[in-house]
Design a protein around this ligand. Sequence first.
Ligand code: SAH
Length: 260
Amino acid sequence: MTTKQRPSFPARLDAKPVATPAKTAVPVLKSVPATPQGVGMDSSAVRMRMVQKLQGQGVSHPLVLGAMGAVERHRFVDSALVNQAYEDTSLPIGLGQTISKPGVVSRMAELLLQGGAKGPHGKLGRVLEIGTGCGYQAAVLSLLADEVYSIERLRGLHDKARENLRHLRLPNVHLLFGDGMEGYAKGGPYAAIISAAGGDRLPQAWVDQLAMGGRLVAPTVMPGSAGNTQALLVLDKTPQGIRQSILEAVHFVPLKSGVA
Ligand code: SAH
């Protein structure tokens, strides 16, 4: 089930995330030498504008801002959608699934970093992502954590993520094909667990595989809500027990069981 990504190509993440809070809140990123098709002259400038918008929405963690500025989102979407890659919108990635909005990816990443157990470098230890999709969020997480285990239940998307990430040198990202509702016990316990798909209950395996002091962030269908309204659920595993809070409404693809 586990396959490590160890491609030989040089990294295409065009900047390292800023590890310490900078005087200017937006990290300075060096520009991309190549001109990506359809994204204008310089994709790093477009990303920088996206990062500024994210800051305007309240995202402030320097590691998160650095990662959002570094990962080339346009390389994860269909060529016909490249022009929309840096808008704050979800986009289709095939098989009825979507890449999450940058606003949601950065919001959830920040929630993880605010809660999950971190090392001296300020990064999370091991992170489990449910719903690899096109692999974009896994690439973002790779800059925020020591190890990223990412599970996808659709073979077509698992393969697509593998292809998308091939050119990135991300030895700390482990792509897995399987049912994420079972988690991935071998990689745990996890400092943080993040789901990119929402179900009406939280799988017990996720809670079990969360480390003490760890944080889980997942969209969850609100019980009894009309039209299956989802909200972000934040769960902390503390020595005093499980603490949960429900945050803002969100809209994610459904969490499904089994593989296809
Ligand atoms: N993080 C992704 C978002 C993909 S959308 C990205 O950056 O592109 C959510 C994904 O969750 C979909 O690809 C869907 O197939 C997947 N998914 C839904 N239920 C799942 C499950 N039980 N296990 C693993 N993946 C699941």
